[in-house]
Design a protein around this ligand. Structure first.
Ligand code: FES
Length: 181
């Protein structure tokens, strides 16, 4: 019977292809991956599986999301399959695998805002911003502005008694001022 491990008999992990040197990445990607490998070797030298979440949180804090090239290195360093790394990366609400949009729009759909049209505000905002790939639109529970519902925020700046047109105007002004710089 032929062994799947070959004559060396060692499992994947130490023998796994090194994503930083497999020739598939461009120079910048290779450079980033090599830097991350050095950091992980220094800070997580034991390469223990239970370091997966701490490492993901570290990367989330560093990049604001979990880049695919970094997840590859994490899998190699900890000797865990990519599916496990991606599974963890997508299982926690505080972790994200996509780069954050330039502008984060948040609409409150808590009870007071829901009664004041928060769901409609959310739908209208999504429609108005459907072509703005630089904007993300998310709902949240209570934003603690119930007295001026419905409430919505852009990049952490909240407004009360807001309607979707006001939100869009605010974003347009923002984009124009950025373009002018
Ligand atoms: S429910 Fe929207 S601010 Fe409280």
């Amino acid at each position: 019977m032929i062994s799947r491990r070959g004559r060396g008999g060692r499992r994947r992990g130490a023998d796994a292809p090194d994503p930083a040197t497999d020739g598939s990445a461009d120079a910048e990607r290779r450079e980033r991956q090599s830097a991350l490998r050095r950091l992980l070797r220094r800070d997580f030298p034991e390469r223990r599986r239970d370091a997966l979440l701490p490492i993901l949180h570290l990367l989330q804090g560093e990049h604001g999301y979990l880049p695919e090239w970094a997840l590859q290195v994490v899998g190699w360093h900890l000797r865990v399959p990519a599916s496990e790394v991606y599974g963890a990366a997508t299982s926690y609400s505080e972790l994200r695998t996509a780069a954050p949009a330039a502008h984060a729009v948040t609409v409150c759909t808590g009870l007071a805002c829901w009664l004041a049209g928060g769901e409609e505000l959310l739908a209208a905002t999504r429609t108005l911003l459907s072509n703005r790939h630089d904007c993300s639109v998310d709902a949240t529970a209570c934003a603690f502005l119930c007295g001026v519902a419905p409430a919505a925020g852009i990049d952490g700046q909240w407004q009360g008694r807001v309607d979707a047109r006001r939100l869009l105007a605010s974003l347009s002004e923002d984009a124009l001022s950025e373009d002018a710089e």
